[in-house]
Structure formats: structure tokens, C-alpha cells
Design a protein around this ligand. Structure first.
Ligand code: NAD
Length: 299
């Protein structure tokens, strides 16, 4: 089982990075994005990815696949066996694009959506062959981070998810199958909870953005990179393991430290505060420089 040709519909931050992942795995990619500067934008992401892969000391890479830009969705998806939709996060737009992909794709092609939060059942509603459609939610930078959350809708076949997991492995990705569809799946729900609390801490002047980032990166950020939440907490429970941990720390959930139930009011004052702290934190670096630092750290 392998992908012979991939199609990327939408070539922004995420679509461009999907293209890079396919290309550097030796797979030809046909890209469709109507943005007038799509070629430059995708080219820059690809250059980032090539520099990052150049730093990896693993087995030699296969010869790079060929990238071509198509003039239409129909042209892009011809003969593709994995089609990845990464257009902006708007239900109606995605439905329209997916209907076009569905009509032009080979019946055996898999069609994945990069959506961060929309439900696959809603996205596949108007498709003629919805059984081969699924959410394939990646994390940025897609060419380095292995996770792809695989989520089926009511009309997605089990075979599609099984095949998607197998094919994802051939491009170095860890396809994690989410058992039931839910908005934002698993990863982004966890991140949103953390993000919401972080915004409170900044608003209430408990710390600034740089301090908050340091708290994460010098501690559980490193821990999370090698073990998840539950295995880490199991260790925290000592020899008695998870049950002991739950007995010890379970009760404090009754008087939560966090303000989770409220959402901060992102008014002008708070946006200004976060914006200027963030500028002070990394304003000396442009976005490409920050991406380079991120990629080097990840490698
Ligand atoms: P983006 O705005 O950077 O890119 C979207 C691209 O889609 C643009 O280049 C635009 O020209 C193109 N586009 C618009 N209409 C199109 C059409 N009809 N056909 C083809 N291309 C079209 O957005 P993004 O951040 O890359 O997000 C894309 C998807 O990926 C969204 O669903 C988003 O939720 C998801 N996602 C984003 C992230 C992230 O960190 N940015 C992470 C995971 C998933």
C-alpha cells in the first residue's frame, strides 16, 4: 500500500506543509490554490521543510516528488490516490470544494480534510461517495510533526480509516483514530482549555506571555514530548500508580484552580496587551526566522 500521487487543494500554511510532507516522501503532488502568490508561498514552506529534513540524521531520503500547480480542482485530483483539502475553515466553502473533489476524483481515492474542528458528518453531507471521506487533522509544521487525527463521519467506511492509517504511516505520520466525532476532536480541545486559562493569566497580570511560554517549555512541554498526560501522571502516583494519583489529586478538582468555565473577553485592551507583550518577546525575529528556530528545535 502506498500513495503514488497526492493532490493538495488549498496551499496555505497547512496545505503547503502537507505538500512538503508528500514531496519529501518521494510522492508527486498536484496543488490547486487560486491565490495569486500560491507558488511563492508553497515554495517557501517547501524550502523550510527541506532545510529541516537536511538536519535530520536518518536514512537517506527518497528522491523528492514533483510538484505541479493545477488550474482547477478537477485537474489537480486526476489520478491522485490521497487528496487533502486544506481550504479556509468555513463549512459552506469546504462543502463546495469537497463536492467538486468528489465528482472529479477516482472512486478509489481517499479524501481527507485538514479541518481543525468541523464534524466530518457535516462536511461529507453532499458527497456522492462519502464513504471515502474522513478528517485528517494534522499539526503544524505538518512536515515535521507526525500526528494526524483520523476521524470518520456517519457515512465513512471502516476500510477508509484503516487504509488512511496505513497510508499515513508510509509518509512518516502517526494516524491516531478518534473513536467518535466531536467538534475539534482531541488535540485542539486540550489546547483550547490551556489557551483559555493562559489568556486569564495574562489578563490578570499573573505573568506575561514570555513567562508563560517559559513555564511550558522548561517543564511539561519537554515531558509531553516523550510521554503523554496519563503515563506521566501514572509515574506521579509512584509505585501505587494511577489509582493512587487519582485518590490524591482527584478531590482538588472539586475546587478547581482554573477558571475553565469562563471565556475571557478579548476586548481591544486585552488584544493590545497580548500583542505588545508578544512583540516584545519575539519581535526581533520575523516569522520565517521563528519558523526556522522552531524547526531546528523540533529536529
Ligand atoms: P490559510 O488561510 O493559510 O490557507 C488556506 C488556503 O486556501 C489559502 O492559500 C487560500 O488561497 C486557499 N483557498 C481558498 N479557497 C480555495 C478554493 N476554493 N480552492 C483551493 N484553495 C482555496 O489557512 P490554513 O491555516 O492553512 O488552514 C487551512 C485548514 O487547515 C483549515 O481548515 C484549518 O482549520 C486547518 N488547520 C490549520 C492549522 C494551523 O495551525 N494553521 C492546523 C491544523 C489544521
Amino acid at each position: 500500500t502506498k500513495i503514488n500521487k497526492a493532490a493538495c487543494v488549498g496551499g496555505g500554511v497547512i496545505g503547503g506543509a502537507w505538500a512538503a510532507r508528500f514531496l519529501l516522501a518521494g510522492i508527486d503532488v498536484s496543488m490547486y490554490d487560486p491565490h495569486p502568490e500560491a507558488t511563492r508561498i508553497v515554495g517557501e514552506v517547501l524550502a523550510n521543510a527541506e532545510r529541516a529534513y537536511g538536519m535530520l540524521t536518518m536514512a537517506p531520503l527518497p528522491p523528492r516528488g514533483t510538484l505541479s500547480f493545477a488550474k482547477s480542482i478537477e485537474e489537480a485530483v486526476q489520478d491522485a490516490d490521497w487528496i487533502q483539502e486544506s481550504v479556509p475553515e468555513r463549512l459552506e466553502l469546504k462543502r463546495g470544494v469537497l463536492t467538486q473533489i468528489d465528482a472529479a476524483a477516482s472512486p478509489s481515492a481517499l479524501i481527507g480534510s485538514s479541518t481543525s474542528g468541523l464534524m466530518p458528518t457535516d462536511l461529507q453531507r453532499d458527497m456522492k461517495h462519502p464513504e471515502r471521506f474522513f478528517v485528517a487533522h494534522p499539526y503544524n509544521p505538518v512536515y515535521l510533526l507526525p500526528l494526524v487525527e483520523l476521524v470518520g463521519g456517519q457515512k465513512t467506511s471502516k476500510e477508509t480509516i484503516t487504509k488512511a492509517k496505513e497510508l499515513a504511516a508510509t509518509i512518516g505520520m502517526e494516524g491516531v483514530v478518534i473513536a467518535k466525532e466531536i467538534e475539534a476532536f482531541v488535540g485542539d480541545r486540550l489546547l483550547e482549555a490551556l489557551w483559555r486559562e493562559a489568556l486569564w493569566l495574562i489578563q490578570d497580570d499573573i505573568c506575561d506571555t514570555e513567562t508563560l511560554d517559559n513555564v511550558i517549555r522548561y517543564s511539561f512541554g519537554m515531558r509531553w514530548a516523550q510521554m503523554g498526560l496519563f503515563e506521566t501522571y501514572r509515574i506521579a502516583g509512584g509505585e501505587a500508580g494511577m489509582r493512587h494519583f487519582l485518590a490524591q489529586f482527584g478531590p482538588c478538582l472539586q475546587w478547581p484552580w482554573t477558571k475553565f468555565t469562563d471565556v475571557v473577553d478579548l476586548d481591544d485592551a486585552l488584544v493590545d496587551k497580548i500583542g505588545s507583550q508578544s512583540d516584545a518577546q519575539s519581535g526581533a525575529y520575523g516569522i520565517r526566522e521563528l519558523e526556522r528556530i522552531r524547526d531546528e528545535n523540533l529536529v
